[in-house]
Design a protein around this ligand. Structure first.
Ligand code: BGC
Length: 840
């Protein structure tokens, strides 16, 4: 079939069509690209005259609106900007984040955004956003520091769980939906981190060397979609981009964001990411967060003639326009009541929808009655739920059930489900025989102490402050997990209960970023931090434990260890328990967090050995993954099934049990490629990641994620878009025609199995022969999400936007003309239908 496409479209049409990537006809026909207007529900009749307001502000007041400050009545949120009460300009509270509202109070912990990305459902993204939007408003917030939409480029990057996958078209569709959801509830969304902030190591200084085409085609589309969806604020990233800090980058902040995309909101810096005053402001960075380290001096810069006041006015106007748009000026608007039950329902629905069934040999899943009559469950995250990732995305849920409890509850009478940890994360208190310690309370005299073990009834007084110093001597040589465990520490960015070995801090309980705090609590509910260290038999090592308590809560502190022997015992116990059982279920995890990348792609804490031993003991083994991103799986061939649940949020246990027991069929698809080997990655060379001499060369260009694997013919462990179901789907009847400057791709999908299920058909587009620029063999050009009953067949129509047919060259989007192949399939490597079209 030959189709003639109209290349003469305006930039405005192109932008509209970019939005149309999300307009998947079969799923969300209500979706339309709405210009940046007023959010739903804004009370009428209070339109403020922003210019008049601006005229009444003193220079000092204007500057006070351009940087953060200390909140006199903090709710534990990340940022605060004092208002100008005399003119009805309210104070603004800004809270993280991507998986729920992060304040001191509990909030709905939604599944990690990577799970949302696995749904391939912009409509669910809107509902995800609406939960956070309403709750943020209810909790006293005005601005949300989310969504994060940096493309996953490095599979071991610490914040992959917070973002929306490796494909720009998918991320763009989802981020737009989420922003509509957040802002529809009256909370101002902040899309972050603009731009090219794709890994954590050296994130504050790294210089990303990236060509313009790669920026435009891979890293910027989700930000452009966010602007199209009317996002109120943009957060400038920490890193440099081509030699200039992102937070003072005229090309990114003014050239692209304002002049090309016509962004009408304001730009704030990431926390402590501002490096100058007047230059940053002039470049287009309106607000310094969280304090006015640089912007505090703007008034002086104006007074000395270094900065024109009109530049200050422009930035202030951008902030005021958004406050007005959201009805926050002149007395504000009523706040809604929280809706925890509604939040929980959506959290569960998304946890179910984002689950990805990676493998299911012999149809081991869902588990049957016979399996449940004699099931062995292994793993610490089966008993202590891993609700979400760490860092600024961490949310405190009111409660979260463990998968083990949910499984037992749902399996009901007649079931027998036994558990073993397999991986001991908790250990035992370091015995007195290994310690020579003295303990001192602040202001007191040191006294001999046998151990550090103050928990439960033996907790130390609330608000007290202690130090233990001395030596630790191991009885035998080996790798020990040294753990500092605690609760009731005074809130602190760096953690207030810490462990130091040889003068180096190796564990810090409750540190927001870094500090080695685990996301998995001990069985007694203590926060668990620490590191694995090599200890030689009989060698005394200097050790210090320090703890400062918060008033009102008893201070609990324990110094524990997992000895090499205990580690082996835990593994042996798990394998022995699995041996005679009808089926075994291993829960495995990694802990994604901000501020550091994972050291390796492998599962941490010796989990590979445990899974291997359990699989060797029981041929009917399934693995449930609670990881935020791809992991290697040396045990893959030995297990029947793998269910990727990501960090599934507060309702994750219920959703996991529902899927394992067949109450619903998994229908999520991978938004990121799982590599078979670290050396297969596009970022395997150190110049590309983590960078050499402070520079990370994005030399792979547009070949990010599956584009790289396809271009180089490398077999991934699991490809982008992969995800099985308990049922089967058949594709047929492909038809492609020109529509709206892009393509309309239609085909049928039939459920030929025995289960109701969800399929996510994906449309990929190939390059023309002899492409004008290097192009990947296939790029995602559209998708749908369809729910089908057994025997049901549905006609699916997917809109491929004009932008998907274009490439960036010489400062503009250009059609890649010629014969191009449209593929339709169940993943990027399971392509079922194809048709050639000619793009003219
Ligand atoms: C993170 C941002 C976050 C901010 C406020 C920074 O460290 O990079 O994503 O919004 O802190 O918590």
């Amino acid at each position: 079939m030959a189709e003639a496409l109209n290349p003469s479209l305006t930039r405005r049409d192109a932008a509209r069509l970019l939005g149309a990537a999300a307009a998947v006809a079969a799923v969300s026909s209500r979706w339309t690209a709405r210009p940046a207007g007023r959010p739903a529900g804004r009370p009428a009749g209070r339109r403020a005259d922003v210019d008049a307001l601006l005229r009444q502000l003193t220079l000092k007041e204007k500057v006070s609106l351009l940087h953060g400050g200390a909140d006199p009545a903090s709710k534990g949120q990340a940022g605060y900007v004092p208002g100008v009460p005399r003119l009805g300009i309210p104070e603004i509270r800004l809270a993280d984040g991507p998986a729920g509202v992060r304040v001191t109070a509990s909030a709905t912990a939604l599944p990690a955004p990577v799970a949302l990305a696995s749904t391939f459902a912009p409509d669910l993204a809107r509902r995800f956003g609406a939960v956070i939007g309403r709750e943020g408003r209810a909790l006293g917030m005005d601005v949300l520091l989310s969504p994060m939409t940096n493309i996953i480029r490095v599979p071991q990057a610490g914040r992959n769980f917070e973002t929306l996958g490796e494909d720009p078209l998918l991320a763009a569709a989802l981020v737009a939906g989420e922003i509509r959801g957040i802002q529809g509830e009256g909370l101002i969304a902040t899309v972050k981190h603009y731009a090219a902030n794709n890994f954590e190591n050296a994130r504050q200084t790294i210089d990303v060397k990236v060509d313009e085409r790669t920026l435009r085609e891979i890293y910027l589309p989700p930000f452009e979609a966010a602007v199209q969806a009317g996002v109120g604020a943009v957060m400038a990233a920490y890193n440099h981009v081509n030699g200039v800090y992102a937070a003072e980058h005229p090309h990114l902040l003014t050239g692209i964001l304002r002049d090309e995309w016509h962004f009408g909101g304001w730009v704030m810096s990431d926390w402590f990411a501002t490096h100058s005053g007047a230059p940053a402001l002039t470049a287009g960075m309106d607000m310094e967060m969280p304090f006015g380290v640089n912007y505090g001096g703007l008034a002086a810069a104006v007074a000395s003639g270094q900065l024109a006041e009109s530049v200050v006015d422009t930035a202030v106007r951008r902030v005021l326009v958004q406050l007005d748009r959201f009805g926050l000026l002149g007395g504000g608007r009523p706040r809604p009541s929280p809706d925890p039950a509604g939040g929980a329902r959506t959290a569960k629905e998304i946890a179910l929808a984002g689950a990805v069934l990676l493998r299911n040999e012999r149809d081991l899943l869902p588990l049957g009655r016979a399996d449940l009559a004699d099931l062995v469950v292994i793993g610490p995250t089966a008993a202590g739920p891993l609700v979400g990732g760490g860092g600024s995305a961490r949310v405190i849920p009111a409660s979260a059930e463990s998968p083990l409890t949910a499984l037992r509850r749902q399996a009901g009478p007649g079931s027998r489900i036994r558990w073993a940890t397999g991986v001991d994360l908790e250990g035992v208190p370091v015995p007195a025989s290994a310690l020579a310690l003295r303990r001192a309370q602040r202001g007191g005299t040191p006294q001999a102490a046998a151990q550090v073990d103050h928990t439960g009834a033996d907790a130390l007084p609330a608000g007290s402050s202690w130090t233990w110093t001395g030596t630790l001597t191991a009885p035998e040589t080996g790798d020990y997990d040294l753990r500092i465990q605690g609760a009731g520490g005074v809130p602190s960015f760096n953690g207030s209960i810490s462990l130091t070995l040889d003068g180096v801090k190796i564990g810090s309980v409750g540190a927001l970023i870094g500090g080695n705090s685990s996301l998995i609590a001990t069985s007694g509910g203590l926060t668990n931090a620490g590191a694995t260290v090599r200890l030689e038999a009989g060698v005394a090592r200097p050790v210090t434990v320090a703890a400062t308590g918060v008033p009102g809560t008893p201070l609990q502190v324990r110094l524990a260890w997992v000895t090499p022997r205990r580690r082996q015992e835990a593994l042996r116990e798990a394998a022995a328990l699995a041996k005679g059982a009808r089926a075994a279920l291993v829960f495995a995890f990694n802990e994604g967090t901000e501020g550091a990348d994972r050291a390796a792609l492998a599962l941490p804490n010796g989990q590979d050995a445990v899974i291997g031993a359990v699989a060797a003991a029981n041929a009917r083994t399934a693995v449930v993954l609670n990881t935020g991103d791809p992991v290697l799986m040396p045990w893959l061939g030995g297990v029947c099934s793998i269910l990727q649940m990501w960090y599934p949020g507060q309702e994750g246990a219920d959703a996991t049990a529902t899927l394992l027991l067949g109450g619903a069929s998994p229908g999520g698809k991978l938004p990121v490629t799982f590599p078979a080997r670290a050396e297969d990655l596009p970022t395997a060379q150190p110049e590309r990641y983590p960078g050499v001499g402070g520079v990370a060369d994005y030399g792979e260009g547009v070949l990010v994620g599956y584009r790289h694997f396809d271009a180089h013919g490398i077999e991934p462990l699991f490809p982008f878009g992969h995800g099985l179901s308990y049922t089967r789907f058949q594709y047929g009847g492909l038809s492609v025609r020109a529509a709206g400057g892009g393509l309309s791709v239609s085909f049928t999908v039939a459920n030929t199995g025995r289960w109701a299920g969800v399929e996510v058909p994906q449309v990929y587009l190939g390059p023309p022969p002899g492409p004008p620029v290097p192009m990947p063999p296939r790029a995602l050009a559209g998708f749908a999400r369809v729910r089908l009953s057994p025997g049901e067949r549905r006609l699916v129509a997917v809109a491929v936007p004009l932008r998907a047919l274009q490439y960036w060259s010489d400062g503009r989007w250009t059609l890649a003309r010629g014969r191009r192949t449209v593929h339709v399939g169940s993943s990027s490597r399971d392509l079922r239908l194809r048709q050639d079209v000619t793009v003219r």
